[in-house]
Write a protein that binds this ligand. Structure first.
Ligand code: LLP
Length: 421
């Protein structure tokens, strides 16, 4: 079972909550992202329940899915936002999130992004280098502000996950090394436009073993004591995101409660507000990518292909991280065939599944690529002149278009066809 069961067959057709996916594809076309609002709400509530006894503040990491309606749905439940750029700040503000509930991460913030965050009044900026601390202080001074800052520590814990999404290892670009901290604390003492309010880490994504969090949190707690001993009154300890979800029923994710059971006893005695930054956990299983089978073909070796109308331009995870996504036929089929499910993009890496047993659907039928709520639409591109798909949100029997499909006009709207002399 996937974490969320809000995509189920009703009779012979797959539905999202009370809405038939066949009907949605007919109305809005394909490829189409379909998001269950109830799934978002349930995931958030499950997270909150797990950490209930710990004073904490959950900031949804909007990079996972920054559709305005997704952000708003979570924000309305009391969730804050973790952002990584000026663009994500703009999105969070547009979605109606109060700046006092927004925290700004990122290894390479530009001066104008820092200024934008300070002018907006975000809760904190998380600094990742000595140079960035100086930049924040200078920009805050120029704007007549005092910046609230947390330091992102690189705890040098290598969490076991895909190498592209481990971030807490000292060979990676993220955070400040522990060894540098005396210098950092000394610097912060001298900076006049900056207040240190927290320590921060984020060790990676889709991490199954809570022990990595335990190891990194221990380091953070030691550093918290050092900071306190030096006279810094810290309010927040941010332990990042990275909590896992089930993509493949054969590899079920560690329940969130297991993380809470390990972390709460460690964190509670610190008497500090803990910040969490879940992204994937809240959104991954809330959406599917609906796609239509254009052609079926068999090559001379007998290998079968389903050529569908979505591709790596809409969901790059299989190509980039060899990720597994379940694929279900929207009309239930009892017979299966083993096939590759591939997209229309001119790259051999443009596939959703290889040699997968899949319902023997015919040309023109629909497939649902499951667990496509995190790092899917947000990583989409116009490569091969592809149009970014429409997105709909379902709540019970209600359906709302929450992103229009791109048009050919939009593909070229920023280009200027100038004559060069
Ligand atoms: N906080 C920070 C500072 C982050 O960099 C990230 C994700 C998160 C929180 C949220 O992590 P989550 O809870 O979603 O694991 N594109 C990759 C994942 C990249 C994650 C980047 N940082 C994928 O599709 O697997």
């Amino acid at each position: 079972m996937l974490d969320s069961n809000l995509f189920q067959y009703t009779g012979t057709t797959l539905s999202c909550e009370e809405v038939n996916l066949e009907v949605l594809a007919g109305t809005f076309g394909t490829p189409l992202f379909v998001t269950s609002a109830r799934s978002l709400i349930e995931s958030y509530r499950a997270f909150e329940r797990a950490f209930d006894t710990l004073p904490h503040f959950t900031c949804y990491s909007v990079k996972a899915n920054y559709n305005l309606s997704v952000i708003r749905t979570l924000a309305e439940l009391g969730c804050g936002c973790d952002i990584n750029s000026g663009g994500e700040l703009y999105r969070a503000l547009q979605a109606g999130v109060s700046p006092s509930r927004i925290i700004f991460a990122g290894v390479g913030k530009k001066p104008e992004e820092i200024a934008y965050a300070l002018e907006s009044g975000v809760l904190m900026l998380k600094a990742e280098s000595l140079s960035e601390l100086k930049a924040i202080d200078r920009i805050a001074g120029e704007h007549g502000k005092t910046a609230s800052v947390a330091i992102r520590i690189n705890p040098n814990v290598t969490a076991e996950t895909h190498p592209y999404i481990t971030t807490g290892d000292s060979k990676e670009k993220f955070g400040i090394d522990e060894a540098e901290l005396p210098e950092v604390f000394a610097l912060i003492r001298q900076l006049k436009h900056l207040t240190l309010i927290g320590l921060d880490m984020h060790i990676g994504s889709q991490i199954f073993d809570p022990e990595y969090y335990v190891a990194a949190t221990m380091k953070l707690l030691t550093l918290l004591n050092t900071a306190k001993a030096m006279g810094f009154a810290l309010e927040f300890l941010d332990i990042g995101g990275g909590f896992p979800v089930t993509y493949d029923p054969l590899k079920p994710a560690t329940p969130i409660q297991h993380f809470a059971d390990k972390l709460i006893p460690m964190l509670l005695p610190a008497g500090i507000t803990v910040i969490f930054e879940p992204g994937r956990y809240l959104v991954a299983n809330a959406s599917v990518l609906l796609t239509r089978i254009l052609y079926k073909k068999r090559n001379h070796t007998g290998k079968e292909f389903f050529v569908v109308d979505a591709g790596m331009t809409e969901l790059i995870r299989p190509a980039l991280y060899q990720s597994h996504h379940e694929i279900q036929t929207v009309t239930r089929h009892d017979n299966t065939i083993v096939a590759d499910v591939v997209g229309p993009v001119c790259e051999s890496s443009d596939f959703f599944a290889r040699q997968r047993a899949i319902g023997d659907a015919g040309e023109g039928e629909l497939l649902a690529v499951m667990s496509s709520g995190a790092y899917a639409a947000v990583m989409s591109s116009n490569y091969n002149g592809r149009l970014r798909p429409a997105e709909v949100m379902v709540n019970g029997s209600e359906v709302k278009l929450v992103r229009k499909r791109e048009t050919y006009e939009q593909l070229v709207q920023n280009e200027l066809l100038e004559e060069l002399e």
